[in-house]
Design a protein around this ligand. Structure first.
Ligand code: FES
Length: 116
């Protein structure tokens, strides 16, 4: 683990378009919920905050993909997000995408890249 990185989980915890792993990070001096999923072979992480109303996306912990496994979905009103970019692709997010979080995968683990 390099300086400025914090372990989130083992790589094997993330299957392609499968369950995500929740974690917390600190932004602007405040703890924020976040999550990471695997999409197109890469870990993709975002703040766990819908673009419609600032609530967490998953009612059932770790369930971020919709049934098609094509999009991330907010369980509250069904806003859809692209799992690669976090962009709003449908529903009540109305153009407000998810906020990306920097992560890196190395040596079988996924790390949060801490930013100040
Ligand atoms: S709170 Fe997420 S779609 Fe409304």
């Amino acid at each position: 683990m390099a300086d400025g990185e914090r372990l989130i989980c083992a790589s094997e915890a993330l299957a392609e378009c499968g369950r995500g792993v929740r974690f917390e990070l600190t932004r602007f001096g405040k703890a924020q919920p976040a999550f990471v999923v695997r999409y197109a072979g890469e870990p993709r992480a975002f703040l766990n905050q819908c673009g419609h109303v600032p609530v967490e996306l998953d009612w059932q912990e770790g369930e971020f993909f919709d049934v098609s496994k094509l999009y991330l979905i907010c369980a509250t009103h069904g806003a859809l997000y692209h799992p690669g970019s976090g962009a709003c692709v449908g529903g009540r997010c109305a153009g407000r995408g998810l906020i990306p979080v920097a992560v890196v995968e190395r040596d079988g683990h996924i790390y949060l890249v801490e930013t100040s």
